[in-house]
Design a protein around this ligand. Sequence first.
Ligand code: PLP
Length: 398
Amino acid sequence: MALSLFTKIQKAIIGRAQDDYATKMRLKYKPYYHAMEAQQGTHIRLQGRDMLMLSSNDYLGLSFHPKVIEACGLGAKVWGSSTTGARISNGSRAYHTALEEKLAAFLGREACHVSVAGYVSCCSAVATFAQKGDLILADKNIHSCLLDGIRLSMATAERFSHNNPEDLRQILKDVPRNAPKMLVVEGVYSMEGHICRLPELAQIGEDNGCFMVLDDAHGFGVLGRQGRGTVDHFKLNDKVDILCGSMSKSLASTGGFVTGSRALIEYLRTNSKQTLFSAALSSSQAAAASASLDIMQGEPQHLARLWKNTKRYREILKGLGLDTWESETPAVPIVLGSKELVYRFWQALLEKGVFTVMSIAPAVPPGKDLIRTAVSALHSDEDLEKIGAAMGYAVKQM
Ligand SMILES: Cc1ncc(COP(=O)(O)O)c(C=O)c1O
């Protein structure tokens, strides 16, 4: 039957978006997308109230360092606000190669490639090197950007239990030794704060011919000499083929990096769709990351303060009997186990002027619903005292 000119066809996709349950819940309870009105270090203003930030990834607290702010402004003055082009065509600048050389030297790698987001870099680190027919072995708790990389690669994926070398060994038992394989892990898991069991995992990977990709978004700046990260912490640089990460955490900027041998990075520059068809990192962001990298090497007090604060903060939580999922790093979850408890705890902290982030299943495994907190080198003793009092109050509200 011919459709009447006056019958408007319903667009199924618009209907699905409008009916989305998760979006409706988000808009009803408003736990996310808070637009802060002001910020100065760990102090933020939200809905007219002064609050403490306890969930940013500014581990070393460099986002308000005068040298970083100055470099950021100067970057735009010298180079303009954007290259408005991809690296392969009109977007490459001397500041990209300078930052790449600096990062590569710091990490003890031959070469580095930077891009506009950690998400893009880490996704491309997997998607570029794996292909259909390969087997990817990935930790169950890896970040969404690595999962997207796996999907884009069209390789077959097997997930092993979180940070569990024995499970990985079992899976690999029946896989032909010379089949193309990739092992994908994080250096520090962002929700759990766990450090990768790299010595065992890398050894199994090596014994089975796995190409190893490690995303150190949360280990960089936090572990290793001067913050060189998880691989340096274990002195296993030669075991990791691709070390990628983000510049939006300890480097107090935005953007991401992929490092490896020169041959691998040149292969990525030829084959990564995320690199070929996306505009280059802006000058101000590159300058901020570069200045942070200098500070990491010249001002050790930030890393020392980060670990002092981490120790104190963990003691506070332990004293209150809170479950921190055995976090070993400044990323400290408070596991409460259900979204209702998480919501109440989060609200109680907010009431006392402490801003945190809720993370509920499926973003975390079922039963591990948690408040994601992260301590920074910028938190003062007074901040930590206030945080301790707020935590005590939240515990009493449960
Ligand atoms: C493990 C991991 N990899 C990559 C990213 C993406 O980094 P960015 O936020 O800089 O895009 C994140 C961000 O949270 C992360 O936690």
